[in-house]
Design a protein around this ligand. Structure first.
Ligand SMILES: NC(=O)c1ccc[n+]([C@@H]2O[C@H](COP(=O)([O-])OP(=O)(O)OC[C@H]3O[C@@H](n4cnc5c(N)ncnc54)[C@H](O)[C@@H]3O)[C@@H](O)[C@H]2O)c1
Length: 340
């Protein structure tokens, strides 16, 4: 059975990707350092499958990483290990530099050594649309300049540059993907959609930054994972691929949609009302991707429409309230990322 390493596989996208790869009959090795966003609940559907293995490992641990690569000889490494919350990067950027930049450097060095003998193995580095910064009009193309606004986005931009430099200089077999905002099961409720769902279910106000006008391109996590699989199968070395749904909505629209979905499922409490709160410092107004390249070259297109995807997501959290109990309450409710 062919082996694939997924780094960050206890997190939101990594666990959904692991599930997809296991279903496609690959042997998945999940390498994760286990931080606050990791959750073993995310892997409970497949943790006892024969083609799954978890290894607790920080990608900065070069000697252990080397051992894992040489022992398992993966045909691909999907790198999703990262610190991912913009607000946390405002409160404490150091962890973002450590995992997202230095961690990627260490992974690249070990992958370079490993592929001297295992020439066919590929690295798929997963990144974000946030590297392009604010896009008030139009949609970002792969060749557009990077202009990240937050320490998180800057750390991801740096990692993308590092990966590309290894392709150019060392002929590393790597590709870079930039995806828009994901939503779906397994996402930590520090992020907008699972936080709103939690507050709806718990009869709490729904906090939105500023006036809720910030616009994001929303993609269901399964669509993203299918795109990553296409990139792994047919993507070309050294290429960047934008991955988006072409669906932009303001945070206010998302909150209203979720309220409507919830109403059909349950009786809403009196406190479930939109509440505008102090904006995030440096908050980008809009991100939007042009994803024609992956459509034309790899024949990938997102399939799940927003309403359906949000219904699936709401239903998952509603059925899996236990998921929230695995987290520290303060990690769900505390306001982060306010510069004093
Ligand atoms: N969530 C989104 O909307 C989105 C959109 C585009 C791109 N991305 C990118 O996708 C990737 C995954 O995002 P997510 O939302 O699933 O994140 P997440 O925060 O839910 O999970 C990240 C996982 O990475 C692990 N990790 C962090 N640093 C590590 C290290 N040094 N070594 C090993 N493991 C480490 C964490 O323990 C965690 O389990 C990230 O690179 C992120 O930038 C996310």
């Amino acid at each position: 059975m062919k082996k694939i390493i997924v780094t960050g596989g206890l997190g939101f996208i990594g666990s959904n990707l692991a599930k997809l790869l296991i279903k496609k009959n690959y042997f998945v090795i999940n390498v994760d350092k286990v931080n606050y966003a990791s959750n073993f609940y995310n892997t409970r559907d497949f943790f006892n499958k024969k083609n799954y293995k978890f290894i607790k490992l920080d990608i900065n641990n070069r000697s252990k990483l080397r051992k894992v690569l040489n022992l398992h000889k993966p045909i691909a490494v999907f790198n999703l290990a990262a610190e991912t919350h913009v607000d946390r990067s405002i409160d404490g950027p150091a962890e973002f530099i450590k995992s997202n930049i230095v961690g990627v450097f260490n992974l690249l060095e070990e992958f370079r050594e490993f592929t001297k003998k295992n020439k066919k193995s590929k690295l798929i580095h997963i990144s974000t649309d946030e590297v392009y910064g604010d896009v008030l009009k139009g949609r970002s193309k792969e060749n557009d300049p990077y202009k990240p606004s937050s320490p998180y986005a800057a750390s991801k931009a740096s990692s993308d540059h590092l990966v590309y430099s290894y392709v150019r200089t060392f002929k590393l077999n790597a590709m870079i993907t930039n995806c828009s905002n994901n939503y779906g099961p397994h996402q930590h409720p520090e992020k907008l959609i699972p936080k709103l769902i939690y507050n709806i279910i718990k009869n709490k106000p729904l906090p939105l930054y500023g006036k809720g006008k910030n616009s994001r391109e929303w993609i269901f996590v399964d669509d993203h994972c299918e795109a990553l699989f296409k990139v792994f199968k047919n993507g070309a070395k050294g290429q960047f691929y934008n991955i988006g749904s072409n669906i932009n909505r303001s945070n206010l629209d998302i909150a209203k949609l979720l309220i409507n979905i919830a109403k059909k499922k349950t009786k809403l409490g009196k406190k479930v009302k939109i509440k505008f709160v102090k904006d995030r410092p440096g908050h980008d107004v809009r991100y939007a991707l042009d994803s024609k390249k992956i459509f034309k070259r790899l024949k990938w297109k997102s399939k799940i429409n927003l309403k359906k995807g949000l219904e699936n997501t709401f239903n998952w959290y509603f059925k899996n309230m236990k998921y929230y109990t695995t987290l520290k309450k303060k990690d769900i409710t505390r306001r982060l990322g306010v510069v004093k």
